[in-house]
Write a protein that binds this ligand. Structure first.
Ligand code: ADP
Ligand code: MG
Length: 258
């Protein structure tokens, strides 16, 4: 049985302003979901709340991951449980190479599993990293560069996919992984995600363009408007959005509340 991330009636505010207004969504290992919605609808807020960003105040609801309510857990505990968030705007960490960053992250994970663990031996680490870089068609020099410092948009996203490949999360949330990517980078990043997809990985792709969904094929598509998921369906829903925009959903919402 795979693990599930279950978001139940989640409400969250920032600076006293309600942003999420009752989100319900379940993502299981092995499933690919897309969450779409116009700018400002609360998609990034949801991603941040799921990872435990303290700026957001949870005012109601639960998030259950693998049977555990994670809302009281620290971000690193969530990450060690197998939740992964690819940020919309990855931060640079000057002075820390991508390889060092990855090795520390892996070692923290191993230590959690076994407090006596001495860390992954460097040759084994290098072998694993090179295997994953090759899978993602990444230049090996990349590993020696300082994390995200001077990385192009496409390189940042690739570095994140590499982190995902190394850490092997059970559920990955990708917030606008497509933003700022040219078509080639978009294809490479999407292919990376597709290569990592499988029965062990559940993915929630957050996007406001249909474009990335030409490459990453979700089984489920959800639409967020003003802090709620107002429509869920299959891949055809993304095509309807592409053709008709969000207005029909807004009208449907207004009719329902009238
Ligand atoms: P999306 O990712 O769908 O574009 P966001 O979750 O980024 O939407 O934003 C939803 C709303 O919450 C917006 O009105 C935004 O201004 C507000 N918001 C989100 N994060 C913050 C924050 N840290 N401080 C203040 N307002 C925020
Ligand atoms: Mg966003």
């Amino acid at each position: 049985m795979g693990a599930a991330l279950e978001i139940r009636n989640l409400h969250a505010s920032v600076e006293g302003q309600p942003i999420l207004k009752g989100v319900n969504l379940t993502v299981k290992q092995g499933e690919v979901h897309a969450l779409m919605g116009p700018n400002g609808s609360g998609k990034s807020t949801l991603a941040n709340v799921l990872m435990g960003n303290p700026v957001y105040e949870i005012t109601a609801g639960q998030v259950i991951f693998d049977g555990v309510d994670i809302l009281d857990l620290e971000t690193d505990e969530r990450s060690r449980m197998g939740l992964f968030l690819a940020f919309q705007y990855p931060v640079a960490i000057p002075g820390v190479t991508l390889a060092n960053f990855l090795r520390n992250a892996l070692n923290a994970r191993r230590k959690e599993a076994d407090p006596k663990d001495k860390g992954i031996p460097i040759p084994a680490f290098r072998k694993l990293m090179i295997e994953k870089m090759d899978m993602l068609l990444m230049d090996h020099d990349f590993a020696g560069r300082y994390l995200n410092e001077g990385f192009s948009g496409g390189e940042k996203k690739r570095a994140e996919i590499l982190q995902m490949a190394m850490l092997q999360p059970r559920i990955a949330i990708m917030d606008e992984t497509d933003s700022g990517l040219d078509i080639d980078a978009l294809r490479i990043v999407s292919e990376g995600v597709n290569k990592l997809s499988g029965p062990e990985l559940g993915v929630l792709v957050i996007t406001h363009y249909q474009r990335i969904l030409n490459y990453i094929k979700p089984q489920f598509v959800h639409i967020m408007l003003e802090g709620q998921i107002v429509e869920s369906g299959g891949p055809e829903l993304a095509l309807t959005l592409e053709e008709q925009g969000y207005d029909w959903l807004r009208e449907q919402q207004n009719d329902a509340s009238a």
